[in-house]
Design a protein around this ligand. Structure first.
Ligand code: C2E
Ligand code: CA
Ligand code: CA
Length: 657
C-alpha cells in the first residue's frame, strides 16, 4: 500500500508531462489561453512532484534511497509544506484558467468584493500553511508518520470556495464555451470530489493528484485545440478563433478594439508574383505586424491577405497609430518580392466594440465584406466609413434583400440577345432589378451573392420566376419574333427539390409553353450536392426546357461537368471577350467556340461592347451575341418596343426553327 501512494503520484507526473508535451508537439505556444494552460500544467506538475517526493521521503522504503545521515525533519517539513502551498493554489489557478479560456477574466475582479473574494481566502490559507511550524495545525509528524491537524479545514474550505466559484463561473458562461469545452472543464470537479471521497475512506489511496492530472489531460485534448485555433500559413490565430472570440465578446459584453489590416492590392500581387510568392508576402506581413503587438494583444489571420489585431484597452489614437504603422509595413514586405517595384499596399481600419458595432452579425458582415467596403490604401476608422453611402449599402444588403422580399419590389429587365445566323433578336436574358427606398438602385451583382449566402435567394428567385412567367404570358411571340427568354438560376435554387414542379406550375398558370424559356446555370463548387442539381436539370430537359451553362471560362467551369449535363448553349464569360486583345486568349476563344460546336453545343458570348469584338466573334462562328453593343437590359415596355422596331424586318420566328 505504501508503494501505491507513490505510484499514483508518479502516474500523475507522467500524465502531466504527456499533457504538456501534446500541446508543445502541436506547436501551440502563444495566446493567453496557452500561457494560462502552461501555468496550470506547471503548477499541477510541481504539486505532483512535491507530493511524490514528500511521500518518498516519508515512506519506509526510502531508507533504501536515503541514508540516515540525509534524513532531516527540516527537509521533510519543508517538502510537505511546499506540497500544501502548491496544492492550495490549484483550485484558484484552475478558476483563472476557466476565466481565460472563456475570455471572462475581467469578471473575476469586476468589483472590490469580487477582488476580495478572489485574493483574501488564498492569502489567509497561505498564512495558515506557512505558519504551520508555529502551531502544527495543518500537519505534524509523530513517530515519522504524518498526521493531518485540526486546521486542515481551512485548506478544505479554501478549495471549496474556489471550486464552487469555478463551477458557478462555468455554468454562467457555458454558452460562451460551447458544450464540449464546458463538459471537459467541468470534469475536474466531480473527479476531485470522488478522489477526496476515496482518500477519506481509504486514507492510503492518495489518488487526488492522479485524478487532477487526468482531468487536465482531458482539457489538453478537448479544450486546447490548436488545429482549430492556429492558422497553418502564418502561425497566428485563425479565422475560426477570431469568430469565436467576437461571439464571446458580445455575450460577455467585453469591449474590443479591432485593427483590421488588409493587403489592398492582393489580387494584383497574386497575379504578378504567383500564389506561392503571395503566401510568402502574407507570412512576411504577419511577422512584421506581430513585432509591435503588446502583451495581451492577439493577431489573427482571417483570409486572403486580411489580418486583425485584437488590442485590449486601447484608445482611438493608440489604435490609429498601430494602423498607421501597419500601413507603412507594406514597404518592408515589398522586400520579399522579386521585383522591388512591386509595392505591398496596406489598408487598415479601426473598429471598436461596442461603440461602433453593437452585434456580432454586423461585425461578421463587416469582416466578410471588408474588401468591398474599404477604400483603396488608407488608414480609416469604422466611424469614418459610416459617412460613406456605399459602405452603408454594403453593410445593409441583408436588410435591403428582406425589404425587397416583403414588398415584392424585384423587377425584371430583359437584355436582348442577337442571333448571328438569323440576324434578329431571338431571345433575351431576364435580369433582376431592385430599387430600394433608402439606397435607390442596387446592383444584382451585390445583392444576389448576399441573398445566396443568407438563403433568401429562394424567396427572391420565386418572386422573379413569377414575374417572368406573368410577363411571358402576355408577350405576343409571333409579333415580337421572340423565341424564348433565358432565366438565371442560382445554385441554391437548383438545390430546391420542388424547383421543377414550382416552375412548371408557374408556366401552366400563365399559359406559357415550356420551350419559351431556357435556364442559365453556373458551375458550382464541389460542396454542393451535385445529385439534386443534376436530377433537377435532367427533369427540366425532359420537360423540353433547354439549359445554358453561364459564365463559362471563369474559375468554376469544368469540362467534365459540362459534358455530364444536357446543356444546349454555352455562354462564354465577358472576361474572355475583354482579354481578346491578347493573341493567346484570342486563340483560346476561337478554339473553344469550334470545340463546343463540334460536340453539338451552341455558343453565346456575353459582354460584347465594341464593333471590333463583334466582328471577330462573328468571324469565329459564334451563334449568339449579347452585350451593350446590341442592347442594354430593358424594362418590359421598352423591351417589347425594342423588339417590335428592331425585329420588324426580320422573318417571323418560331421556337421550332
Ligand atoms: P450574369 O448572369 O453574368 O449576367 C450578365 C451581366 O452582365 C448582367 O449584369 C448584365 O447587365 C451585364 N452585361 C450585359 N452586357 C454587358 C456589357 O456589354 N458590358 C458589361 N460591362 N456588362 C454587361 P447584372 O444585370 O448586373 O447582373 C449581374 C449578375 O447578377 C448576373 O450575372 C447574374 O449572375 C446575377 N443575376 C441577375 N439577375 C438574376 C436573377 O434573376 N437570378 C439570379 N439567380 N441571378 C441573377
Ligand atoms: Ca446569366
Ligand atoms: Ca454570365
Amino acid at each position: 500500500m505504501q508503494d501505491a501512494i507513490v505510484y499514483f503520484d508518479i502516474a500523475a507526473v507522467v500524465v502531466m508531462f504527456v499533457a504538456m508535451g501534446s500541446v508543445l508537439i502541436r506547436k501551440v505556444t502563444h495566446g493567453p489561453a496557452y500561457y494560462a494552460y502552461f501555468s496550470l500544467v506547471a503548477l499541477i506538475t510541481l504539486t505532483c512532484l512535491a507530493s511524490m517526493f514528500s511521500q518518498l521521503y516519508d515512506n519506509a522504503v526510502t531508507s533504501v534511497l536515503i541514508d540516515d545521515s540525509m534524513r532531516s525533519s527540516v527537509v521533510r517539513d519543508l517538502m510537505r509544506m511546499a506540497y500544501f502551498v502548491l496544492r492550495i493554489f490549484n483550485p484558484l489557478v484552475y478558476l483563472v484558467f476557466i476565466a481565460v479560456v472563456s475570455n471572462t477574466t475581467h469578471r473575476l475582479h469586476r468589483s472590490t468584493t469580487a477582488r476580495l473574494a478572489l485574493w483574501a481566502p488564498i492569502a489567509f490559507t497561505l498564512l495558515v500553511v506557512l505558519s504551520n511550524p508555529l502551531h502544527g495545525g495543518v500537519f505534524a509528524y509523530s513517530d515519522d508518520v504524518m498526521q493531518r491537524g485540526g486546521l486542515m479545514w481551512v485548506i478544505y474550505l479554501c478549495a471549496l470556495h474556489y471550486s464552487l466559484w469555478g463551477i458557478g463561473h462555468l455554468v454562467r458562461w457555458r454558452k460562451v464555451l460551447g458544450r464540449d469545452k464546458f463538459l471537459s472543464l467541468m470534469a475536474l470537479y466531480p473527479l476531485n470530489f470522488v478522489a477526496v471521497l476515496i482518500q477519506t475512506f481509504m486514507p492510503r489511496m492518495r489518488v487526488e493528484m492522479f485524478f487532477t492530472a487526468v482531468a487536465v489531460m482531458l482539457v489538453s485534448v478537448l479544450v486546447m485545440r490548436p488545429e482549430e485555433e492556429i492558422d497553418d500559413l502564418t502561425g497566428t490565430l485563425s479565422i475560426k478563433s477570431f469568430e469565436e472570440m467576437c461571439r464571446r465578446a458580445f455575450i460577455i459584453e467585453r469591449p474590443l478594439c479591432l485593427v483590421f489590416i488588409d493587403i489592398a492590392n492582393k489580387d494584383r500581387l497574386r497575379e504578378l508574383a504567383g500564389p506561392g510568392m503571395f503566401r510568402n508576402i502574407v507570412r512576411t506581413v504577419s511577422v512584421q505586424v506581430s513585432n509591435y503587438l503588446r502583451r495581451g494583444d492577439e493577431l489573427y489571420y482571417l483570409r486572403n491577405g486580411l489580418f486583425c489585431i485584437s488590442a485590449h484597452n486601447l484608445d482611438a489614437s493608440e489604435s490609429l497609430s498601430i494602423a498607421l504603422r501597419s500601413a507603412k509595413e507594406g514597404r518592408e514586405a515589398a522586400k520579399a518580392l522579386p521585383e522591388q517595384s512591386m509595392m505591398v499596399q496596406m489598408r487598415t481600419c479601426v473598429v471598436r466594440v461596442p461603440q461602433d458595432v453593437h452585434d456580432d452579425q454586423t461585425l461578421q458582415t463587416f469582416t466578410r465584406r471588408i474588401g468591398h467596403v474599404m477604400p483603396e490604401p488608407c488608414v480609416t476608422t469604422y466611424e469614418e466609413l459610416l459617412r460613406h453611402k456605399g459602405f452603408l449599402l454594403q453593410m445593409n444588403l441583408a436588410n435591403i434583400v428582406q425589404r425587397g422580399i416583403a414588398k415584392r419590389a424585384f423587377e425584371v429587365y430583359y437584355q436582348p440577345i442577337w442571333d448571328v445566323r438569323k440576324e434578329r433578336f431571338c431571345s433575351a436574358e431576364a435580369l433582376v432589378r431592385l430599387h430600394d427606398p433608402e439606397f435607390g438602385y442596387v446592383s444584382p451583382g451585390l445583392f444576389i451573392p448576399e441573398a445566396e449566402q443568407s438563403g433568401a435567394i429562394v424567396d427572391v428567385g420565386r418572386i422573379v420566376l413569377q414575374k417572368i412567367c406573368q410577363f411571358l404570358g402576355k408577350v405576343d411571340f409571333s409579333a415580337t419574333k421572340l423565341s424564348y427568354v433565358e432565366l438565371n438560376l442560382s445554385v441554391e435554387q437548383c438545390m430546391q427539390p420542388d424547383l421543377v414542379p414550382q416552375l412548371l406550375g408557374l408556366l401552366k398558370e400563365n399559359h406559357v409553353e415550356s420551350n419559351r424559356i431556357n435556364l442559365e446555370i453556373t458551375e458550382t463548387s464541389e460542396s454542393y450536392s451535385q445529385t439534386v442539381i443534376d436530377n433537377n436539370m435532367k427533369a427540366f430537359a425532359q420537360e423540353g426546357i433547354t439549359l445554358s451553362l453561364d459564365d463559362y471560362g471563369t474559375g468554376y467551369s469544368s469540362l467534365a461537368r459540362m459534358l455530364s449535363l444536357p446543356f444546349d448553349i454555352i455562354k462564354l464569360d465577358k472576361s474572355l471577350v475583354d482579354g481578346m486583345g491578347d493573341p493567346a486568349v484570342h486563340t483560346v476563344v476561337a478554339d473553344t467556340v469550334a470545340t463546343m460546336q463540334r460536340i453539338g453545343k451552341k455558343v453565346l458570348v456575353e459582354g460584347v461592347e465594341t464593333e471590333e469584338q463583334s466582328r471577330e466573334l462573328v468571324g469565329m462562328g459564334v451563334d449568339y451575341l449579347q452585350g451593350y453593343l446590341y442592347a442594354r437590359p430593358l424594362c418590359e415596355k421598352d423591351f417589347i418596343a425594342f423588339l417590335m422596331e428592331r425585329n420588324a424586318n426580320a422573318s417571323p420566328c418560331t421556337c421550332s426553327e
